[in-house]
Design a binder for this molecule. Structure first.
Ligand code: PMP
Length: 454
């Protein structure tokens, strides 16, 4: 996502000391520069996209470095640590499973795998009653693409292989997930694109003003796609770059269109799932049920685990041993996911995310006002917000300003990840779901002040 690097020159910044934030050194920390430089020397440049802070651990909605600084975490890593950092229940699940000597089991059955698929199928409505556990979000999206295409070509007819996705969509960084992605700049390396991957405008109301479903059908017709050849349609439930759901009527029309044309409807819930939007799954805002979903990130609270859930017809397309992965349902990751989901449910974190939405809305409104016309668009859904910086009065991305905001936030004790989305112009606010209203307000006040300054 990131396209630039943050500078490695330590800046003197005002000291900060509150209940959630401590900044007591220059930022970046002078003693950290050698280590950061070593990483720069030994890794691909792609790994140098995040703010130059060495993470040493965290508690709840805060993360700390080894030098006595502490940040209020508005990143959740990258929308992962929903129940907070260092969460005792998750730590214990990891420790207990490791102590049992069970840290790998390939696809041999385990008790923890059974408990996790039971928990997940209990959370999901019919007909999403089969779950396949994997490791990364990209892998889960790839699996959905494969199932839709397999079904289309094998069951519904040889030519039924077109997968429709959306402009500016992000589904991961592997070949299939990038073919399905909607940022042309991310797929130039592929060279010859598969014509069976087709994109249409996402109804975001900003870059795509007309949010009616007519646009979907017109975009397919313009690209010469016969609906009969479409095996599936996949969309992030909300687009990661703008935190905005599609209009419910649009999603309902999409469901009806898929039913009419015998196409699989897939929602990528990698960001939206497990309470982030104030509902258990983002698609529940739409009053429809897709045929497949891809999950990741917030499913586990931190450990690498992802999942595909789907209908019997799709999930059983492959025979025993034909759809597996070395680390499917890793026992430690599965135990962590169970503990994470238990906390989300027991502490009412989904309802909490919904209850804090107005606070985040108010905060984003204040930040946009303070930025004086330089926020082209902001959106909030549950506990995820995105502010897109743009040249005043246009949709032209202003990434310089977005990057400056992130750097200043880091210097002020609020953790944000690097800007994302079109032209790297959007900053995302997505704290752990356990954040208190007080802590959320404090971070939003900091960002409002910075917005006025930059
Ligand atoms: N889908 C969405 C909506 C995502 O946000 C991401 C990650 N940012 C992915 C898929 C890919 O997940 P991973 O990085 O775990 O492969």
């Amino acid at each position: 996502m990131a396209t630039k690097e943050f500078p490695l020159d330590p800046q003197t910044v005002p000291a900060v000391q509150t209940a959630y934030r401590t900044i007591r050194t220059k930022i970046p920390v002078p003693q950290s520069i050698e280590k950061l430089q070593r990483l720069h020397d030994l890794e691909p440049r792609s790994m140098a996209g995040q703010p130059p802070v060495i993470w040493a651990g965290g508690e709840g909605a805060t993360v700390r470095d080894p030098y006595g600084n502490r940040w209020l975490d508005f990143s959740s890593g990258v929308l992962v640590t929903s129940v907070g950092h260092g969460r005792p229940e998750v730590v214990k699940a990891i420790q207990d499973t490791a102590a049992q000597g069970l840290y790998h089991a390939y696809c041999f059955p385990t008790d923890v795998r059974l408990r996790l698929v039971e928990t997940l199928t209990d959370l999901l409505p019919a007909p999403l009653k089969r779950v396949f556990l994997l490791t990364t979000g990209s892998e889960a999206c790839e699996c959905c693409i494969k199932l839709a295409r397999t079904w289309g070509m094998k069951v519904a007819g040889k030519s039924k292989k077109v997968l429709v996705t959306f402009d500016n969509a992000f589904h991961g960084r592997t070949l299939g997930s990038q073919l399905a992605g909607g940022a042309p700049g991310l797929k130039t390396w592929i060279g010859d694109l598969d014509p069976a991957f087709v994109q249409v405008p996402f109804p975001d109301g900003f870059r795509q003003k007309d949010v009616s479903f007519d646009v979907f059908e017109a975009a397919l017709a313009r690209q010469g796609v016969d609906p009969a050849d479409v095996c599936g349609v996949m969309s992030e439930t909300y687009q990661g770059c703008n935190a905005k759901l599609m209009p419910a009527e649009y999603a309902q029309a999409l469901r009806a269109w898929c039913d009419k044309h015998n196409a699989v409807l897939i929602f990528d819930e990698v960001q939206a799932g497990f309470g982030r939007t104030g509902k258990p799954f983002g698609f529940m805002h739409y009053g429809i049920t897709p045929d497949l979903i891809a999950c990741g990130k917030g499913i586990s609270g931190g450990m690498p685990l992802s999942a595909v859930a789907g209908t019997e017809k799709l999930m059983n397309l492959y025979g025993p041993g034909e759809m597996t992965s070395t680390h499917s349902a890793n026992p430690i990751c599965s135990a962590a996911a169970l503990a994470n989901i238990r906390v989300i449910l027991d502490e009412g974190l989904i309802e909490h995310a919904a209850a804090l939405e107005p606070v985040l809305v108010d905060g984003c409104r204040r930040i946009a006002a303070a930025a004086g016309g330089k926020v082209g668009r902001w959106d909030v859904t549950g506990l995820v917000g995105a502010l897109q910086f743009a040249r005043p009065g246009t949709t032209t991305p202003d990434s310089d300003l977005a990057w400056k905001m992130v750097l200043r936030a880091i210097q002020s004790g609020v953790m944000l990840f690097a800007p994302v989305g079109v032209g790297g112009c959007a900053i995302k606010i997505n704290p752990p779901l356990i954040i208190t209203e007080d802590a959320l307000q404090e971070g939003l006040d900091v960002l409002e002040k910075i917005a006025a300054e930059v």
